[in-house]
Design a protein around this ligand. Structure first.
Ligand code: SAH
Length: 215
């Protein structure tokens, strides 16, 4: 993997543009400034790697727009050592951002090909995120409970299993809704077990699929 001065310059400009759009968490901005996003895309797409846009990564899926990654990461209020469960590993870019911020990452992907490719790739880059193949709606019980849960696909509803696997005092971030546009929701599970939610506006994600894992 080559990370040249040119790449670093492009990355700095991307970070500047995300900051201008309102992201304030310095840990988020620093993570984006560190991770070689171009290496998550085929090398012929270098020009697209540092544009603030989503991009196809094969298997009909996309690597999320950097601003969206930053927005979700900021809502999660990450601190060093927090356990985070991500649903929808995709390219692995979001997982790396959270890991750079100091979190311990567990991430589930339902597409076998993507899972296999991303597992190998994150390993090559030296990230330690634990990746799982399966239906993220079930969560990953073996490592529960989690301080934070992040859903990176459009969810029609929030699976009960995920709320069960969230620690009291924990935060779950999800683009909620069917159809083309979702509402970015921050769900808080209070210490007494009560659930409250806040709406952070409209975003567009590929759908979170309900059925079992497939290739
Ligand atoms: N976080 C990713 C982008 C995710 S795109 C990144 O940083 O690149 C949404 C991903 O969710 C896709 O890879 C899709 O295959 C996956 N997905 C959809 N339904 C799922 C489910 N039920 N369980 C796990 N992953 C799912």
């Amino acid at each position: 993997m080559i990370d040249s001065y040119r790449h670093k310059g492009m990355r700095q400009r991307l970070v500047d543009s995300i900051r201008r759009k309102g992201i304030k968490d310095e840990k988020v901005l620093e993570a984006i400034n560190t991770i070689p996003r171009h290496s998550f895309l085929d090398s012929s797409f270098l020009e697209f790697a540092y544009e603030d846009k989503p991009f196809p990564i094969g298997s009909g899926q996309t690597i999320s727009q950097p601003y969206t990654v930053a927005f979700q990461s900021e809502l999660l209020e990450i601190r060093k050592g927090l356990k985070v469960l991500e649903i929808g590993t995709g390219s692995g870019y979001q997982a790396c951002v959270l890991e750079e911020m100091g979190a311990k990452i567990f991430s589930v992907e339902r597409q076998k090909k993507l899972f296999t490719r991303t597992k190998l790739f994150l390993n090559e880059l030296g990230y330690k995120a634990k990746l799982f193949y399966g239906d993220g709606n079930k969560g990953v019980k073996a490592f529960a409970p989690y301080d934070r849960i992040l859903i990176t696909a459009a969810a029609p509803d929030i699976a009960e299993a995920l709320l069960d696997q969230l620690k009291p005092g924990g935060i779950l971030v999800v683009p909620l809704g069917e159809g083309g546009v979702q509402s970015m929701m921050k769900i808080t599970k209070h210490k007494n077990g009560e659930i409250s939610s806040e709406n952070f506006g409209s975003f567009r994600f590929v759908p979170l699929l309900k059925n079992k894992a497939n290739d």
